[in-house]
Design a protein around this ligand. Structure first.
Ligand code: AMP
Ligand code: MG
Length: 362
């Protein structure tokens, strides 16, 4: 049985009743976590599925509920920097780490640091000698972490391989009956996961692009080299790897490919021809595009996923859009790409994974 709590501040009527309801929901959710159960909760990126990071029994429940491969490590969520001491090796924080924590915590930046042996379950790190850790910037997440008082391992609260949840209803669709509780705090903010970084020999590696952009990292640390994923070939022996990156993720059930090109009129003409051909073969068709361009297309389902003029809105709506194609049973999908600057780097990273790297350049 999954307990469901509504703590969406925007939906509950204001006043002492709301305060009481929220307080008691958080307290109950924290107790479940302390008892080794799993609880899904909102963060500023996507919904996370949390469990006590110090307990292998609890962490095992996350992997089982999600069907997640055991060699894909989990990010540990904490309420404040004091909680770092039991998690990471003493003296492992450099001035650069301190600078990043000062600027971006709480927020969507995960730091990969040397793990303190015995501090957390080895299942969390998938046997690695490092642990990914962050402080989320969401009032409900922070209250839950503080009440529980333990470090909480929390991957995205979706079935492994499916798009990450940006609404509690997405969590319910995937995990109802498989987790201890779901704390519904309304829609999440950023819409894509945290940026995962590791500093090796004084250079910063972005292991996974996300809510904090390379541009933001560069302005926080102007003096160190920043390596972005997928934009350059890194062959150094000490190159860190983000183990989870090898799995297909976020994929809709239908066939999906990304269509990009230098001229937008050629891209849209190509997409429409491709979609018409799929329709003629008897497939149900979908197009993932943006507000500025949605009226150009004809398909069974055309989704305007945010606006190109405001790329943050694309990030916010991406995962819900991918789930919508599944709900409508769409078999053939063409997706437009966006520019890979700012949050666009994370958006295109997720979109490429969702499309299993199928990309047409016209
Ligand atoms: P998720 O929680 O589903 O967003 O996935 C967490 C991701 O964080 C993993 O797939 C890895 O890419 C990354 N990650 C977590 N811990 C580590 C670590 N110790 N070293 C490298 N990457 C990590
Ligand atoms: Mg995930």
């Amino acid at each position: 049985m999954t307990t469901y709590w509504n703590v969406d501040q925007d939906l509950l009527p204001e006043g002492t009743e709301r305060k009481k309801a929220v307080d008691s929901s958080i307290a109950q959710a924290a107790i479940l976590l302390q008892q080794g159960e799993t609880v899904a909760f909102p963060t500023e990126t996507v919904y996370g599925l949390g469990a006590d990071a110090t307990s292998s029994t609890a962490v095992e429940r996350i992997f089982r509920a999600k069907g997640r491969p055991s060699d894909n490590p989990l990010i540990v969520h904490i309420a404040d920097t004091e909680q770092l001491s039991g998690l990471i090796q003493p003296l492992s924080l450099t001035p650069e780490h301190h600078q990043l924590m000062k600027i971006f915590w709480p927020g969507p930046l995960t730091l990969v640091l040397p793990v303190q042996t015995g501090g957390i379950s080895p299942l969390v790190t998938a046997g690695l000698s490092t642990v990914g850790v962050r402080i989320p910037n969401h009032p409900m997440a922070l209250r839950l972490l503080r009440s529980a008082g333990i470090p909480i391992a929390a991957p995205s609260a979706n079935s492994s391989g499916r798009p990450s949840p940006t609404l509690a209803s997405h969590v319910k669709d995937d995990l109802d009956g498989r987790v201890g509780g779901i704390l519904d705090g309304g829609p999440t903010g950023v819409g894509v996961e945290s940026t995962v970084i590791q500093i090796v020999n004084g250079q910063l590696y972005i292991l996974r692009p996300g809510g904090i952009t390379s541009e933001q990292l560069r302005s926080a640390l102007p003096h160190i080299t920043i390596h972005e994923p997928e934009r350059e070939e890194i062959s150094a022996v000490e190159t860190p790897r983000a183990p989870g990156m090898k799995y297909t993720h976020y994929a809709p059930q239908g066939f999906m490919q990304i269509v990009q090109g230098g001229r937008e009129d050629e891209v849209s003409a190509w997409i429409q021809r491709d979609i018409d051909a799929a329709k003629a073969r008897g497939e149900s068709t979908g197009i993932l595009t943006f507000e500025e361009r949605a009226s150009w297309y004809r398909a069974d389902l055309v989704i305007a996923c945010g606006a190109l003029s405001q790329p943050e809105t694309i990030a916010q709506e991406l995962y819900a859009a991918l789930r919508e194609f599944d709900q409508a049973g769409i078999q053939y999908i063409a997706a437009e790409g966006c520019e890979e600057t700012g949050i666009g780097l994370a958006i295109m990273n997720r979109l490429r994974k969702a499309a299993g790297n199928k990309l047409v350049y016209v």
